[in-house]
Design a protein around this ligand. Sequence first.
Ligand code: PDD
Length: 283
Amino acid sequence: MTVCYLNDDFVELSKASISPLDRGFLFGDSVYEVFAAYNKNLFRLDDHINRLNKNLEFLGIKINISDSQIKSILKEVCLKNFEENQIIYLQISRGAEEIRNHIPKKDTKPTLFICSFEMKSVPNKNNDTIKAILSSDIRWKKSSIKSTSLLANVLYKIKAEEEGVDELLMSDAGYITEGAVSNVFCVKENKVYTPPLDANILPGITRKVILEIFEELKLNFEEKKIDEEFLFESDELWITNTTKGILPIVELNEKIIGDGTPGELYQYVKQAFLKKIEDCKVL
Ligand code: PDD
């Protein structure tokens, strides 16, 4: 049995239902967060809540619930589900209305939904590698917003699967933005590069953690625009996100990156990332 939270109640996921007139369903008028919980401890909870609040503010969605209430509901969902390591999904839509109208009513009550999935692969010491393809970025210009309007991302993931790769990286006017579900890093001559936040990318929480690790380890890095040529010529290529942590891309458009194995810097940074997860487990 999976327990979720919908509006004001904890319910069995299979019994949870919302109106088909919910604006999240009709218009994608909603934002979401994906949290990792290790040993039932939510990783970087405050960072996720801060990003959620910024997104709600951008959309002008006002939900009558405090940060501490949301945090305790998230923790409760974690505790009510039995898996030690979970992926917690949270979505807030502008709510359900009586008729379909692009212009929302001022007093519509937002819909809050939180559910848990088993974390299938917990970041570990294995030398897992992935392959990716590059495609042009067809998304809107506000990809910094974690909106549930993910049609382009869905099509990208379908394309990646059809082509037998794990992720699809995007480029806009020749410059790399991010992956369909991840942020991108590359290494050239022992320096790490990642596109800046104003490159129409999601401000990933894992990206933020990795940047903190660079500071802590005093690594040479820069947030700068990365062109396609630079990307293909990089010594190492990594992606980061909440569900997978950090993973090395060893093949891009069938071109081998570096020597086709997880690079030295990747392994160094990943150790530090795994340590952060370990610290979270004993909170
Ligand atoms: N997505 N960029 C995009 C487009 C993403 O969808 C994601 C994560 C990221 C990484 O963000 P974070 O480190 O905060 O997870 C970057 C989640 C996992 C998803 O949609 O399921």
